[in-house]
Write a protein that binds this ligand. Structure first.
Ligand code: PLP
Length: 368
């Protein structure tokens, strides 16, 4: 029997000597490796912008809200089909979460529902769309609505390294974007993340706030640093940065391989009752962080159990945020339905074609 894991990080062998070097140099906190990583990320077509490295994607979202000036006490629109982080930071920031429903074909936020929420609630100041599994959401349209209503848009790009929307990388849009380098994500470093800002002014402020507001730029012998504004303890460290840097040279290749795997899945599922969740426009490309399919809700759990029985790990991205006991509310029937039908399948770049065929055969077998 095969053993196919849902996640398989491939931290390149060349990382180890590089790690050894920073251990010998004796500095593993926030330092030069983080600055180099940030600089490299800002040059990548798949990321771009003014980059500030932090210790998680959740921290990245929270720092983004703060630096964007979203006022506590206002409301923020978040899609129901996302990881809890997207909503948790809104609550932590002192704002109210308004859950938006989704389009089940892409798993992404439903723009019509966003419009409706804006009509019903006059205190909305921000929206945090997610590019679900790497599939671009309707970001151009959301930006237009936001410009009309003077809303802040913060893109949750935890899945979206490499995402292409209407032939453009997300860096072409002037939004604040939050990325995750969590153990399961496209550039896993253990725990980590970054915020991409459209201006250097925002990034400079975030660089102070990520480490408690500590500013050593005017240091002298009697005063090592000044603090103008209380910040967070969110900074990245150089161990994480070394792990991240070592994965950048293979990044586009790994995204390409994941896209190939997804194409193979999609072809194999055509004319079956397994419905792939993929971009609907030919000018869009998934960043291929994950790949989900939908099956009949009454067969979903047995299908996952069957796959587990033949050695294939799967996941559920995501349970609708209104279904947890923490009191997040919204009228989100499509997100509810999606969460009962969805199965997220392995798509990491160490899968071979035979693995994909094996998963396809067992999934089709399990529901027929
Ligand atoms: C992983 C994830 C996050 C949070 O990232 P962490 O690095 O785990 O804090 C935020 N949003 C989405 C959609 C995610 O999948």
């Amino acid at each position: 029997m095969r053993r196919i894991k849902m996640y398989q990080p491939r931290v390149a062998a060349e990382t180890l000597p590089h790690l050894q070097k920073i251990f010998e140099q004796g500095w593993i906190g926030l330092g030069p490796e983080t600055a180099l990583f940030e600089n490299e990320l800002s040059k990548l077509p798949e990321v771009g912008g003014h980059i500030v490295g932090v210790n998680s994607g959740t921290s990245a979202l929270r720092l983004a809200l703060h630096v964007s000036g979203v006022q506590p006490g206002t409301s923020v629109i978040v899609p129901a089909n996302t990881f809890i982080s997207t909503a948790a930071v809104v609550v932590q920031h002192g704002c109210r979460v308004l859950l938006a429903d989704i389009d089940v074909n892409t798993g992404n936020i439903n723009v019509e529902h966003v419009r409706q929420l804006l009509q019903e609630h006059s205190d909305v100041k921000a929206v945090i769309p997610v590019h679900y599994s790497g599939i671009p959401c309707e970001i151009a349209e959301i930006n237009m609505i936001a410009a009309d209503r003077q809303l802040t848009v913060i893109e949750d790009c935890a899945h979206a390294i490499g995402t292409v929307h209407q032939m453009r990388y997300l860096r072409d849009y002037d939004n604040v974007r939050a990325y995750s380098f969590h153990a399961t994500k496209m550039i896993p470093v253990g725990e980590g993340g970054c915020v991409s800002f459209p201006t250097s002014e925002m990034a400079d402020r975030a660089r102070l706030l990520r480490r408690l507001g500590i500013d050593s730029s005017q240091a002298n012998w009697s005063s090592p640093y000044e603090i103008e504004e209380i910040g967070f303890k969110y900074n990245m460290n150089d161990i994480a940065a070394v792990l991240g840097r070592s994965q950048l040279s293979s990044l586009s290749e790994r995204i390409e391989r994941r896209r190939e795997i997804i194409t193979r899945y999609v072809q194999a599922f055509s004319s079956t009752n397994v419905r792939p969740v993929v971009p609907i426009r030919s000018t869009d490309k998934t960043g291929a962080f994950a790949f989900s399919v939908r099956v009949a809700a009454n067969l979903r759990d047995q299908a996952r159990r069957h796959l587990a029985g033949v050695g294939v790990q799967t996941d559920v991205y995501f349970k609708s945020l209104d279904s947890f006991r923490v009191g997040l509310q919204g009228n989100v029937p499509e997100a509810r339905r999606f969460s009962q039908e969805v199965i997220s399948l392995p798509v990491h770049d160490t899968l071979c074609d035979d693995d994909v065929d094996y998963i396809v055969d067992h999934l089709i077998g399990a529901i027929n």
